[in-house]
Design a protein around this ligand. Structure first.
Ligand SMILES: Cc1ncc(COP(=O)(O)O)c(C=O)c1O
Length: 344
């Protein structure tokens, strides 16, 4: 609210007209500073494009890649189907590369000769919960340089690492071959519909063309967010949210260890989702019970790319978002979750 008051008080007259289709310069400048500091992103404001969230940004990039003749994007074998469908809607097919505990098997990219890009979640693979290893970060950048393809880096929850300082964005290794995507959906709320892409110079004209002629995010929202960043209030907000989420994750692990010792939380201490490895063969049964109790949880298998052969095989598992219930509803939700897990 304070950020909104300050942003409105200082808003220039131009705020009330149509904005720059790439976004307000005030926000792009504030993001350039924040992303360099918090995520090691090489960004100047001219290469930052404001979007209505990652979903929108990915659609714009898919259109830009398709306009330049791209027909295929490699994706992680586990991921959200809405993004695969979005790419398909823009005329771009997807081919999976396997995912293991070191992140995406980027060595498999050589088998996808026509890939114009690879879509990755390097800081915290969604949904399996591991980071892309140092060797693979270097290898995928080498692949992009060799082939002229781009890496689409979905840094959806990079602010939320609980056990150490987060690894910087992959984009920092090679800003000319990586499109970096960030979002306010995890740090603030999905309802804000606010995201940003840092685009290599070579792709900027195609991206500007694909984005269209009018701005897509309310100028006022952009100014408020710029003020939120510049005043330091966003940093304070993220720090306090990180503390609360770390605590939730720790309590989740403790309760599960007590209530269902056969279930193990796997993946890094990061993010807003936890992966609960279940006893072999129990995923479908647990999901049925959850459904009957009205609990919203997902099975890991539902994230698998239809063309993935399931190798290396991941355990039966639940993917649980532990951030999307209020403080008052959280104890009850956790109790309900523990009740549906297989007991010893
Ligand atoms: C893997 C992944 N990427 C990106 C996002 C953010 O998408 P958006 O900015 O469109 O809300 C999410 C949000 O849930 C996500 O799970």
């Amino acid at each position: 609210m304070a950020a909104a008051r300050r942003a409105f008080a200082n808003a220039p007259h131009s705020t009330y007209g149509y904005g720059d289709p790439l976004g307000r310069m005030e926000l792009r400048e504030a993001l350039a500073e924040y992303l360099a500091r918090a995520r090691g992103v090489h960004a100047d404001a001219a290469r930052i494009v404001i979007t209505s969230g990652f979903h929108h940004g990915l659609g714009v990039l898919a259109r830009a890649l398709a306009a330049e003749g791209g027909e295929t994007v490699a994706v992680e074998s586990y991921g959200l189907d809405i993004y695969r469908e979005l790419l398909r809607d823009e005329g771009v097919g997807t081919r999976p590369v396997d995912v293991d505990e070191c992140g995406a098997r980027v060595d498999q990219l050589v088998d996808i000769a026509d890939a114009a890009a690879v879509l990755l979640t390097p800081a915290h693979q969604f949904p399996t919960g591991y980071a892309l290893s140092t060797e693979r970060r270097t290898a995928v950048v080498d692949w992009a340089r060799r082939t002229g393809a781009v890496i689409l880096e979905d840094d959806y929850d990079g602010e939320f690492r609980y056990d150490r300082v987060p690894v910087g964005a992959l984009q920092g290794l090679d800003p000319d071959h990586v499109v970096y995507f960030g979002t306010a959906s995890k740090s603030v709320a999905p309802a804000l519909r606010l995201g940003w892409a840092v685009v290599p110079d070579s792709l900027l004209p195609a991206v500007a063309q694909a984005k269209g002629r009018v701005d897509t995010v309310s100028t006022l929202d952009q100014l408020v967010f710029a003020e939120f960043l510049e005043s330091g209030a966003f940093d304070r907000h993220v720090r306090s949210r990180r503390r609360r989420l770390r605590h939730r994750r720790e309590v989740l692990i403790e309760r599960i260890a007590d209530a269902a010792p056969a279930v193990h939380v796997i993946g890094m201490a990061a993010g807003l989702q936890a992966v609960l490895a279940l006893p072999v063969g129990s995923e479908e049964r647990v999901l049925r019970v959850a459904g009957r109790q009205g609990l919203v949880v997902s099975g890991l298998a539902e994230f698998r790319h239809p063309a993935a052969d399931g190798h290396p095989s991941w355990p039966d598992a639940l993917v649980v978002n532990f951030s999307n219930v209020s403080e008052s509803a959280w104890p009850g939700a956790l109790q309900a979750l523990c009740r549906i897990l297989p007991s010893p």
